[in-house]
Design a binder for this molecule. Structure first.
Ligand code: CMC
Length: 428
């Protein structure tokens, strides 16, 4: 097979090298096309554009395959822990027992945030959405660690920022919730594991002892693993592009949180529960909402359905659906919204509109139901996604910097006026 493709244009032939990945996916390298032919490519939403070569996550949307560093998501969700998966994503290999112990200890050592962060937090109105608060607080960390502003410092200093982020994000996330509830913040307790510590900071009150439910902590850990990376999605691409200007890791991750917030990306988990609640309040007529989703004159979409890359099924959704059943059973929770979700899924999966377009439940369809069963409030769902996605963002940022990638700067096809004469208005 040829390792070049040819483009015939205006009587000339241009050679486009073919790049091949380790899973045989192929790409046309057009990086020299403009210089040679004057042409650029146009691909709105980057639906068919590779922005980088990456060794972190492999995703096959047709076959529903997801692997982190070569390990299947099913196996990792079943056997690993979120901290171990974070190590794998960021450093490329599974840790030895020794490495895992010291990684865990380092994270535990940095869970506390500077006391002055509390005064920033106090400035937010109680109605603030926790995603906005979280993004701002992560960005504010640059003020407490000014050395981090230069990402070209030594690898060990950059690693210090990585550890601090992993350690402090759950603290900042829990505090953003406490701010909304106007409750006193809870400081981290370093004898606890990652998820138990987060749950305690979220839910403990000064008035009573907080008991961690191991079922809840374990389910949360699994959810975080499932969210840990997803190759070049909207927020990961944002982190990489912000970082490509040599902005700090804190700033890049803060931008990633902002990108994740939207309902077409991570914000879908909140939107799904709100949609299911709405259907329930409206009498539970699922067919009506399926019809609305198909009606092109109606802006309503089935939230939690469809994916840019997965066109057969989302492997994360399969694991989460089963986990939702298990968790609800173990916790003895009977959520009527789960029945609505299952009916909706069944109707949509058998409907020509959804089948023809390859629209299936995605990771966010059932995750909100588990978060609810775990006691997580609806507007914190996307924050949970952010905590899960953090190691992925870090790994993407680190890979981009280590590969010395150039600043991200797309081209455009200009469609505005060519030239117009300026007319001075009478400003008197
Ligand atoms: N409900 C109804 N129709 C839909 C939906 C939906 N949820 N999603 C896509 N479509 C239709 C869309 O109208 C279009 O139809 P047509 O070809 O007739 O114009 C076709 O399917 C293709 O849709 P698209 O918007 O061109 O596809 P995309 O790849 O640009 O968008 C998506 C992907 C995830 C943004 C979209 O499916 C969507 O808006 N889903 C709902 C929001 C959601 O659940 N987002 C979470 C994604 S998974 C978590 C994450 O990693 O971010």
């Amino acid at each position: 097979m040829s390792d070049k493709a040819e483009l015939h244009y205006n009587g000339n032939v241009y050679q486009l090298p073919i790049i091949e990945g380790t899973q045989n996916e192929k790409a046309l390298d057009i990086s020299r096309l403009r210089g040679e032919s004057g042409l650029i490519t146009l691909d709105k939403g980057f639906k068919n554009t590779g922005s980088t070569e990456s060794a972190i996550t492999f995703l096959n949307g047709e076959e529903g395959i997801l692997k982190y560093r070569g390990y299947s998501i099913e196996e990792l969700a079943d056997k690993s822990s979120f901290v171990e998966v974070s190590y794998l994503l960021i450093y490329g290999e599974l840790p030895t027992a020794e490495q895992l112990k010291s990684f865990q200890a380092e994270i535990t050592n940095h869970t506390l945030v500077h006391e002055d962060v509390k005064s920033i937090l106090d400035g937010f109105p109680s109605k603030s959405h926790p995603m906005g608060v979280l993004s701002s607080l992560v960005s504010s960390l640059t003020a407490f660690y000014p050395m981090s502003l230069d990402p070209n410092r030594s690898a060990s200093e950059v690693n210090g920022t990585i550890i601090r982020l992993l350690a402090k994000l759950p603290t900042l996330a829990a505090w953003s919730y406490k701010n909304r509830m106007r409750q006193p913040v809870v400081y981290p307790k370093n004898s606890l594991d990652y998820c138990s510590n987060f749950l305690r900071m979220m839910f403990a009150l000064p008035t009573e002892e907080y008991q961690i439910n191991p079922v809840v902590a374990k389910a949360l850990d699994k959810l975080l693993i499932l969210h840990a990376d997803h190759e070049q999605n909207c927020s990961a691409s944002t982190v990489r592009i912000v970082g490509s200007s040599h902005a700090s890791l804190y700033t890049s991750v803060s931008a990633g949180i902002a990108a994740l917030w939207g309902p077409l990306h991570g914000g879908a988990n909140q939107a799904v529960i709100e949609m299911l609640e709405n259907i329930r309040r409206d009498g539970g007529d699922v067919e009506k909402y399926v019809s609305r989703a198909k009606d092109k004159s109606d802006s309503f979409r089935l939230m939690g359905f469809g994916h840019r890359v997965y066109k057969n099924f989302d492997p994360r959704a399969t694991i989460i659906k089963k986990a939702a059943d298990d968790v609800l059973k173990e916790l003895g929770v009977d959520d009527p919204v789960l029945d609505i979700a299952k009916t909706l899924e069944e109707i949509a999966l058998n409907d020509e509109y959804f089948v023809a377009r390859g629209l299936y439940p995605n990771v966010d369809f059932y995750s909100g139901i588990i978060y609810r069963a775990l006691g997580i409030p609806t507007d914190m769902f996307t924050v949970m996604f952010a905590i899960g996605r953090l190691p992925g963002w870090i790994a993407q940022w680190k890979e981009m910097r280590e590969n010395n990638e150039p600043i991200g700067r797309p081209r455009q096809v200009y469609t505005g006026y060519t030239s117009r004469d300026y007319v001075t208005i009478d400003k008197r």
